[in-house]
Write a protein that binds this ligand. Structure first.
Ligand SMILES: *Cc1c(COP(=O)(O)O)cnc(C)c1O
Length: 425
């Protein structure tokens, strides 16, 4: 008898994320990766056009990262991070602070994007508490996505993702994403909330990822940040997806002058190799926790905080990231996208074609409402899977968010599959 496929064995046992298990097609068993390609159990290759859920930046199974990881695994795989430290954690903190906005001074490690957000929220609330003022109000954007744990869900826009839990989430004041037209109304609305009661404003700078790859204006955003800053509202930049070059700059906050008090990083941090989260803070935030009073401690940590292997993967990814070849690749992708964008803009079945750095997005016009539950999503996902291209739409929003090593030929294959889709719609 033939051994059952990976995919069949999976279907007997595994519950997949964001997947309606009753109707989802059998998962593809992936056994190997190289560059922008992933290979299934029958050795078919798939172009990873969305960077494996936005995490991969240098390609799969990158030899430099793999070798550094293997060496570290033989040296020190893990160690408690309270009362002890190790070279990968210290080296990574030093190197991260060199490339982050220059007001950042401290690095707090956790496990993923959601935990980086939880830590940021706790830092912000306790910062004020430690200074003797309780502040309960938090600002966030409508349509925001900051993760799937309860704190992260609370600061995310209320949506189909949070619906069942909405009454268990803490209250947040949601703002429209700023434009030249609405910015003064947004500021008036914040002023009416009594800004002295607002602890923090958490935002995805310039690009709302899961909310539908919504791109917004840097000038109005800057005005909003300046206003919040002048009212002593702590600014939490969620760069979990925008970090490490996706938007054209190393970090999206480089598009504005105002510097955040707290930054959250995760997805691209290890080059997509391992789970790791980072929350950085200014000296002012950090110093508010220094005290002879133990109650002013930040009581937060995870078993795998600052895992040496994950930190090593991040260091190896950083070697590749700071190499000028990486920026050249990002620019190359950006320029290819520009050419395809002008083509997209001419097609009647497509609207809102837009581009930021290496990310190209657009909506397919359907008779159903736009949004994550738009039924077109499953059809599109299947269409591209059959073409052996990994594109996973957000509802009727399609986007390309490739690893920076994707070749021009591979990008052309992705564009061609979209041309073919448009021709049959
Ligand atoms: C993915 C994402 C998160 C959550 O990260 P996880 O590692 O999936 O928990 C938080 N913020 C943003 C902007 C994200 O895109």
């Amino acid at each position: 008898m033939q051994t059952p496929s990976l995919s069949a064995r999976d279907q007997d046992l595994i519950w997949h994320p964001y997947t309606q298990m009753q109707t989802a097609p059998a998962p593809v068993g992936i056994v190997r990766g190289q560059g922008a390609l992933l290979f299934d159990e029958n050795n078919n290759s798939y172009i990873d056009a969305t960077s494996s859920w936005w995490v991969n930046i240098h390609g799969h199974a990158h030899p430099h990262i793999a070798q550094q990881l293997a060496a570290q695994a033989l040296q020190l795989e893990h160690c408690i991070f309270a009362g002890y430290t190790h070279p990968p954690a210290v080296n990574l903190a030093e190197r991260l602070l060199k490339i982050l906005p220059d007001n950042q001074r401290r690095v707090f490690y956790s496990d993923n994007g959601s935990t980086a957000i939880e830590v940021a929220l706790k830092m912000a609330i306790q910062y004020w508490d430690n200074k003797g003022t309780r502040k309960h109000k938090i600002l966030a954007f409508k349509n925001a996505y900051h993760g799937d744990t309860f704190g992260a869900m609370s600061v995310s826009g209320r949506s189909v993702f949070t619906r069942v839990f909405d009454d268990l989430l803490f209250d947040v004041h949601f703002l429209d994403v700023p434009t030249a037209e609405n910015i003064s109304q947004i500021i008036t609305a914040i002023a009416a909330l009594q800004p002295e009661d607002i602890a923090a404003f958490v935002f995805e700078p310039l690009l709302q990822g899961s909310g539908g790859m919504i791109m917004y204006d840097a000038t109005a955003f800057e005005q909003l940040l300046q206003y919040c800053s002048s009212r002593h509202i702590l600014l939490i930049a969620d760069e979990v997806m925008t970090g490490f070059g996706r938007t054209g700059k190393n970090f999206a906050m480089e598009y504005v002058q105002t510097k955040p008090d707290i930054i959250c990083l995760s997805k691209g941090l290890t080059g997509g190799t391992m789970a790791l989260g980072v929350t950085t803070s200014t000296a002012a935030v950090y110093e508010a926790f220094l005290s002879s009073d133990k109650l002013k401690t930040l009581f937060h940590g995870h078993s795998f905080t600052a895992n040496p292997l994950a930190c090593t993967a991040a260091l190896a990814s950083m070697d590749l990231f700071i190499d000028p070849a990486c920026a050249t690749n990002r620019q190359r992708i950006h320029e290819k996208h520009i050419a395809f964008l002008s083509e997209l803009q001419q097609w009647a079945v497509i609207k809102n074609a837009r581009l930021l750095g290496t990310i190209l997005a657009f909506e397919i016009i359907t008779t159903n409402a736009d949004g994550y539950t738009n039924s077109l999503a499953d059809q599109l996902h299947r269409f591209f899977r059959e073409k052996r291209i990994m594109l996973r739409p957000l509802g009727n929003t399609l986007y390309i968010l490739p690893p920076y090593c994707i070749t021009n030929e591979q990008l052309d294959q992705v564009y061609n599959s979209i041309r073919e889709l448009v021709s049959i719609l």
